[in-house]
Design a protein around this ligand. Sequence first.
Ligand code: SF4
Ligand code: SF4
Ligand code: FES
Length: 319
Amino acid sequence: MAKIKLDIFRFDEATDTIPHRDEVTVDLPETTTVLDALEYAKAEVDGSISFRRSCRSAICGSCSMSIGGVTSLACKTSCGSAMEEDGSVKIDPMPNFQPMKDLVVHMDPFWDKYARLKPYLQPKDADSAHATERRVSPDDMKKLVDVANCIMCATCYSLCPVVSVDPAFAGPAAIAYAYRFIEDVRDGQRPERLAQISEDYLWLCAHCYACSYCPKHVDPNDRIIDVKRAAITDRVMMNERGPRHALVVARTIKQTGMLAETEVIQGTVGRFNIRGLLKVAPLGARMALKGKLPPPFLKPVPKVDEIRTIFDALEAPVR
Ligand code: SF4
Ligand code: SF4
Ligand code: FES
């Protein structure tokens, strides 16, 4: 047994203007999950502590909260693994969400973004009576299995730095789930889905990998790369800055083995987009003043052929 100090964020939007913290000490083994410790504290010490939970088995996705500064499932995280040196476990509501009561947050923005992507099969055929099965080969199903494990816990969403600065961004879970239908051979809405997710700021993802911390190993970051690749392959919204940026970066690296920044800026903004180029001109001037402006034409690095071989092997789209 150990004395575990649960350091809990407390706030009730109905009565409070600012949050405060409560410390509740429970006598439990360190292997106790944070959820069980909270249940114990609620049953034995303070019945007003509020949090969401249902399955207690990492299946329902309800119990995501920030534990020791990292969003995790409370039913899958032991107190011992999140304990500070003084025996305390810091528990907060998920970041990137508005707190409602204690550890319960308003999930609406997360669900709204998910719903915009129509997360259900829209079949190619018009068999509305479902008279026959829509079969999928094991190979076609293989790539969808991992993402279908998503439990919508919003852990990834709460860890995403782009969501925190731009709430319009669809976020990792919604994009990963869009992938699940974009790549489903039975679905008839691939172009519409790709256009919708591109409009929902797919290209804002900075590939920081913060969302790799997924309790079900969905790897949303990798699925976002797959969706971007599909958007480029299908040539969806190619005039947006995102795909232009990705392609010009790939082209300059393939040509020279280096990032040709001057060319990347022109290619991203658009060579004939005078207004856009004027907007970035002050940045260019500042770089020039600091001696950081790269030469307009770069000489290929030695062994650039090896880099080109990598591009060819990956069949990376290059414009
Ligand atoms: S992708 Fe992972 S972290 Fe994100 S909602 Fe789904 S299960 Fe949770
Ligand atoms: S990889 Fe993209 S979606 Fe994932 S956390 Fe980073 S910015 Fe957000
Ligand atoms: S209670 Fe269901 S995932 Fe934790």
